[in-house]
Design a protein around this ligand. Structure first.
Ligand SMILES: Cc1cc2nc3c(=O)[nH]c(=O)nc-3n(C[C@H](O)[C@H](O)[C@H](O)COP(=O)(O)OP(=O)(O)OC[C@H]3O[C@@H](n4cnc5c(N)ncnc54)[C@H](O)[C@@H]3O)c2cc1C
Length: 394
């Protein structure tokens, strides 16, 4: 990278999918950005996270000009299986909605966006330390940080807070200006990534008396599996063999018999949380993605919501530079409409599929009755399918 600019139009804090995609979309609109990331590129690429893209996210990656590999290697999925009582029931997304989702790992999306940004020569500062944001309640915001022992300050028109749940941007907003809505679930997901073919060509979501399980994949040769675990569990205490045995216990015997096991490439436990911070704009600071909201991963919405936010943000910023601030003023409200719909679906699907310590026998019967209702009702399946394939940008 050349020298670090002292002024730009938009400083983007965070080079996860939100920050990178926003940078690519703004570049298409001719808007200058500087991207600041506290970690190294390898660290960012090493995080194993989401894997299911809605059409809205695919369309935005098309618009950003970074979807060549996604279209060549992504796996279009027209449905998924709900599994309970040892039976699999297919939810036919394509028949019910006319839409599909695409399985393509977040790591690969990030890799493609990083490569495109480097190729375009756009300024990106990895391992930026002590990032702090200032004066975003005026029309002359500033961002300060240090890099390789040197202090830097960048003057800008806008700051995009794409720095995830633990980032500095939301934390810099006065507490009294924020409304926080949060639910922490009493369990987590133990995930295992392995270079083995997936057990099924589509995802399987399993409700089982021992807890939830998910059979997912990143490609035709790389599988991602999850089992629900208690919050007290430590990943170090789970050998690969323990994981495979537990996964198989939660699947119908004929499906379990088809699971190809192998050594893990990665294994981790993710806590589950629903979280929304309102509003998503404070003067010249806009929050996007996990910096503003978190969903439990059950509905595969986190990455897609992040893409939706930055899709909208790129449009309202482009409108601003063409002379209209109206879009900026409506950014938060328009995002939050989509966010709350996805929050509802992710919370509902999580509640339907997991074992809750305080559910009791009645709660379990209710789950079971609801699952029975879903598989017997076209209307219920359509509602799930519409939510799963996602909402338009709005
Ligand atoms: C363990 C895990 C598993 C997940 N699984 C799924 C899934 O299966 N399906 C799904 O849809 N979603 C999943 N998600 C959610 C999905 O990955 C996120 O919604 C998505 O990463 C959001 O992208 P983002 O760019 O907004 O935030 P992030 O990906 O968190 O990126 C934020 C970036 O900002 C950087 N940053 C933070 N603080 C600073 C700072 N002070 N200065 C500079 N940079 C900073 C971070 O290093 C990071 O690179 C998962 C999330 C986690 C944590």
């Amino acid at each position: 990278m050349g020298g670090i600019p002292k002024r730009t139009q938009v400083v983007i804090v965070g080079a996860g999918p939100s920050g990178l995609l926003l940078g690519a979309l703004l570049h298409r609109h001719g808007i200058d950005t500087v991207l600041l990331e506290q970690r190294s590129p390898d660290y960012v690429l090493g995080r194993i996270r989401a894997g299911v893209l809605e059409q809205v996210a695919v369309d935005l990656l098309d618009e950003a000009g970074v979807s060549r590999r996604l279209h060549a290697e992504g796996l279009p999925h027209g449905g998924f299986d709900l599994c309970f009582d040892g039976q699999r029931h297919r939810i036919d997304l394509h028949r019910l909605t006319g839409k599909r989702v695409t399985v393509y790992g977040q790591t690969e999306v990030t890799r493609d966006l990083m490569a495109a940004r480097a190729e375009a020569g756009l300024p990106t500062v990895y391992e930026a330390e002590q990032v702090s944001i200032h004066d975003f309640d005026t029309d002359r915001p500033r961002v300060c940080f240090s890099h390789q022992g040197q202090a830097h300050e960048i003057a800008c028109d806008f700051i995009a807070g794409c720095d995830g749940f633990h980032g500095v941007c939301r934390a810099s907003v006065p507490t009294a200006a924020l409304h926080i809505f949060e639910k922490v679930y009493p369990f987590g997901w133990l995930g295992l990534l392995a270079d083995v073919p997936p057990v099924s060509h589509e995802l399987i979501y399993a409700n089982h008396e021992r807890g939830f399980a998910l059979c997912s994949m990143r490609s035709a040769t790389r599988s991602r599996y999850y089992v629900q675990v208690g919050l007290e569990q430590q990943v170090e205490n789970w050998s690969d063999d323990d994981f495979w045995a537990e996964l198989k216990r939660r699947l119908p015997p004929e499906t379990a018999a088809q699971v190809t096991t192998g050594p893990s490439i990665e294994k981790s436990i993710a806590p589950l949380r629903s979280f929304v911070a309102e509003p998503m704009r404070f003067g010249r600071l806009m929050l996007a993605g996990d910096a503003a909201h978190i969903v439990p991963p059950t509905g595969a919405k986190g990455l897609n919501l992040a893409a939706g936010d930055v899709g909208l943000l790129s449009r309202v910023l482009a409108e601003f530079y063409r002379g209209s601030a109206a879009g900026i003023d409506s950014y938060s409200e328009r995002c939050l409409k989509r966010v709350w719909k996805a929050e509802r679906f992710s919370w509902w699907f999580t509640s339907l599929m997991h074992r809750f310590p305080d559910h009791g026998a009645f709660g379990q019967r209710m789950q079971h009755a609801e699952l029975e209702y879903i598989v017997s009702s076209e209307a219920a399946q359509t509602a799930i399918a519409e939510n799963y394939v996602g909402l338009p940008l709005g």
